[in-house]
Each structure stands twice: as structure tokens, then as C-alpha cells.
Design a protein around this ligand. Sequence first.
Ligand SMILES: [Mg+2]
Length: 354
Amino acid sequence: MCYTQFLDADGTASGELPDFARDAQELRAMYRLMVTTRLLDRRAVSLQRTGQLGTYASGLGQEAIGTAAGFALRDEDILIPAYRDYAAQFKRGVPLQNVLLYWAGDERGMAYEREPARHDFPLSVPIATQVPHAIGVAYAIRLRRQPRVVLACCGDGATSKGDFYEAISCAKVWDLPIVFLVSNNQWAISMPVARQTGAQTLAQKAIAGGMPGEQVDGNDVLATRHVLARAIARARDGGGPSLVEALTYRLHDHTTADDARRYRAEDEVQAAWARCPIKRYKAWLEAQGHWDAAAEGALAAEAAAEVEAAARAYLGQPADPPEAIFDSLYAELPRALRWQREQVRARGPLGDGH
Ligand SMILES: [Mg+2]
């Protein structure tokens, strides 16, 4: 099974780096996205801890994968994200505050106005349900003979589900322009990978689907972008589907409703921090002369201001009326639900007719 890594945990590079690694401006943009995503993540957790946000799934430690995906896709491609793929969504034009709105249970968090995010899917919380949906999207692309590719994202836990196997089976049988990106963060809530599959790797599940599969160091943003871009280009050129397993680690609890200290050892988490994607990438950028303390200071201030503005925009958003819960279910609401909607509307925001 092929495994790609350019940057080790210290940020020392090896192997022949891809062409994009010569574009300093692009490299810095990738770093900015990773740092901004981590700051937004921290702000989201603190909003939840202070009762100002619903349950939130942190992407701490997985910033390189979303960033790599965002930069590997072309605008015309379609991102079908799992939760924790925030960086990819931000790169595609989803405003930071939309993620906060989403986890506050507000449908408007999924209303993406800007291109190219406008034609992407919202992030998916149910496990693996988005993967067969991605097959439908890729099938439509092929029917229309469009030169576009679907990036279907899921986690390690999703690969244990029937939805996943059905999707990889269809993908190759119909030779669809799709890339499956599996973020293996080692845990499906409290279930470690070793207890959910006997397979040595998740990438080898590609063999069952009859497509190429490979592993990449998901904490190495250069390697992950390179491997994804190659798989996406192959799909675009008619080379069919493939599967990329990005190896990473979930540094936070599963969600803010979880306490991972109850089921995993602290030394495992500490060891994972040593492989932090941001730390290694920054070290490499500095060694290349693309980054320094002044740039870091400026970014810290810019990103903090951006995240704060997003938090303020989110907190300042007037709440949707209660009957809005009916409004994104159907193109045309069935009669029984129309009646319910009217009852809820008549009762008002406090539910008591006032
Ligand atoms: Mg997982």
C-alpha cells in the first residue's frame, strides 16, 4: 500500500516536492487557512462551553486535511464534506460564522451564497450517509459529460458502514469521477480503529471496490494536497474513482458532548500533539524563508480579528422564527405539516401564543 509523506513531524522535507511547493504565496495561504481554522475551532469550543453554541465537533489536529482538500479541488468540482472538514469549506467560500450558525442548529448556516461553495454539500453529521449521495452527484456529472470531480469525505468510522461499501462498489462499476477521502483520526467516538476493522489499512478497502487506494500522512499538508490533486486529476481525465486514506489524529474530544479522557490514554494524545500539522508546516515554511516571527505576529492578529468578527456576526444574528424548522424539509410542505407549521407560528417564539 502506497504511503506518501514529504514533511516529517519536525518539518524536515524529503522526496521530490510537487510543483505547488515552489509558490511561496500559495504556501503561505495554506498556512493562514490552517491557523485561522484552528482559531475558529477554539472559539467555537469556548462558545459552546459558555452556553452560546450547541454541540460542536472540533477539527483540532485535522486542519491539514481540509486545507489540502480545499487547495486540491478546482472551483467546478464538488465538495461533499464530513464534519471536521471546515478548512476545505472555508477555502471554498463558506464564511466562518456559517459553521457557528450550523452548530447552533440554524439552517442558515448551510446557506452558502458564494462560489464555489454554493454548489457544494453542507457538512454531514450522520455517519457515511453523504457517501452514497456523492455517488448520485458523480453519476449526474458523468451523464452531463462535465469535466468535474466529486470529493466525498468521511471518517474512519464511516468505512465500517454499509453506505460506504455500497458507494465504493457503485463508483467503480459506473466508473464515476469521484475521490473518496477518508480522514482516519484513529477514533470513531470511543471506538479505536483496531476494534472496528480487521483490515490493516482503510485504504485497502479500495481493493474491494476495484479502485486504487493509497495512504497519506494527513498531518502533512504538502503530501495530502499532492496525493488528492493527483487522484482528482485522474478522475477528471476519465481514470475513474480512487480512495485516499489520510492518517491523522483527533486531538479533541469527539464533540463537546464527549469526554475522551474516559476511554483513551493521555500519553497517546501527547504523542499525537508532537505530530501536529501546523507546527511541522510552520517549521518547514520558516526553513524555506517563507515565514518568520513578524509574519506570524501579523497573522495571529489578522486571524483573531477575523474569528472575532465571525463570532460577533453569529451572536448578533436574530434567531429564526420557530416555524423555520419546517422550511428546509420539502420543496412543498405536505398538508399535515402545513397545519403544524401554522400552529407553531401562531404560538410565537415563546410557544405560548405571545
Ligand atoms: Mg474518526
